[in-house]
Design a protein around this ligand. Sequence first.
Ligand SMILES: Cc1cc2nc3c(=O)[nH]c(=O)nc-3n(C[C@H](O)[C@H](O)[C@H](O)COP(=O)(O)OP(=O)(O)OC[C@H]3O[C@@H](n4cnc5c(N)ncnc54)[C@H](O)[C@@H]3O)c2cc1C
Length: 542
Amino acid sequence: MQKNFSLQLSPEQAFSHPAIEEAFLQQSGIKKDSLQGFFITRKNIDARGKHPRVNLTINAFIDEPYIKGNYGEMGFKDVRNANDSVLIIGAGPAGLFAALKLIEQGIKPVIIERGKDVRARRRDLAVLNKGGIVNPESNYCFGEGGAGTYSDGKLYTRSNKRGNVQRILNLFMQFGAEEKILYEAHPHIGTNKLPHIITAMREQIQSSGGIFLFEKKLIDFRISNDHIESIITSDGDILKADAFILATGHSARDIFLLFHQKKLLIEQKPFALGVRIEHPQQIIDSIQYHCAVRGQYLPPASYSLIEQVDSKGVFSFCMCPGGIIAPASTSPGELVVNGWSPSKRNNPFANSGIVVQVNNHDAINHFKKTGSEVLKQKNFETSPLLFMYFQQAIETAAYNAGGGNFIAPAQRMIDFVNNKTSTALPGCSYLPGISSVDLSNVLPSFIHQSLQKAFAGFGKKMRGYFTNEAVIVATESRTSSPVRIPRHERTLQHPQLKNLYPCGEGAGYAGGIVSAAMDGERVASTITEQLHARLHKGRALH
Ligand SMILES: Cc1cc2nc3c(=O)[nH]c(=O)nc-3n(C[C@H](O)[C@H](O)[C@H](O)COP(=O)(O)OP(=O)(O)OC[C@H]3O[C@@H](n4cnc5c(N)ncnc54)[C@H](O)[C@@H]3O)c2cc1C
């Protein structure tokens, strides 16, 4: 008999396979000889009560042979001599999962990526962290694996309806992620493991006949009638393909500018901007687990917070337990922070983005208040690049306030709320360093004031959260794309360019690793259907 069992265990009982087995036999009354094996299908921690409990669902094999969970092997074809080829611009999750899907369907992907491969990219991150110099083509956002490579690798998404989340997790596991990502309620991979997984994906794509071209940047399209004839790269290559997937991410401002200059349709996309906050991990653990010390059986605690302030949403974003605050800038003179964690999440700090929704009026008012150069642009209020300019303006203000070299302006939490410049700052994981600044001089007033109110509110929800031991670091500005590149609902083609498929986070169709990966798969499947249909009609996709 094979059966699902729900168990509620102490963290110690749930910590190892033998301990779970022992607790299961005890709770179920099943004899040890009858249990042939089991695997976990769901695990989450319930920390609401005084003592945290672990809820587990297991699939147990009683008096029948144990068969390990079948995660479904993917069938990758040999596409070396495939008739069709698709050019993918950008090797982030959207681009990589699109490539894998195309290979499954017998189509050859050619991927161009402006950045370097994961190994070479690491050296540029070291120069940024230690030397305060950003390489505009190779950084936390650009390079093989995209923006998520040196991240916490959180693999949960609210976009369950947009695709098959389980399939994406299975693929991550097949390329080297631990099995637990399949059953944990909040799976994550960790910065130390992600580069190996990305490398394994590239090796699979290459061994199937797909092609990678690194340090090759799309700089222009050649357009003929209503389709792209070829693309031009920064090194002067002209590349043709049957279809083009544009998966360049939310930080490729040059792509948004290219569309704008060519009068190709793009749209304003409201987004959220704010700060990153860092607490000692022990504070978060003691709040969430109701104890002074977490102990060895519980993972570093996380949190998710939301507050409505004067009809504006203020919410936590990309929380990294045991993490590090990273300089996620892509240009000199602009300061952006984000967060990452290693797989063990064993750093002494917990950081999270805390961001405020920004709408069209907010951005316009800010530019009017500050007398920005943007005001000189014709029809700037309706410009599709409005939010991009807004993002850029705050990032520049943050860089200048920090004093250069990506030193970030920062303030203690209670000082921030009380409008007091911090006399001294606590230890912080951000490697380029932080400098005490009154952040009301950096952030637009509506963001500053919304955050002040929200922090006080968060302190009521999580007693101990509102503390001067926490430090606020500016600015968290790349939460999602500030521009949408529209596409047809069914064909997924750009309305003016029939063989161009905007994809992933940069185009506005994803917000995170898993949703970007799902969008890559969706676009790849749609292209396959269209290429097959085309066989009956003639060659090009138009
Ligand atoms: C530090 C950090 C931590 C994060 N942590 C998490 C997390 O834990 N969980 C999560 O779900 N999400 C996280 N994110 C967000 C996540 O990384 C993105 O949502 C996701 O990577 C978007 O995927 P994408 O493929 O659409 O775009 P991207 O990952 O941005 O990839 C776009 C790629 O296109 C390339 N490119 C850009 N322009 C060009 C051009 N002109 N020519 C050629 N190539 C080009 C870029 O170099 C890049 O590699 C994090 C992001 C950062 C920066």
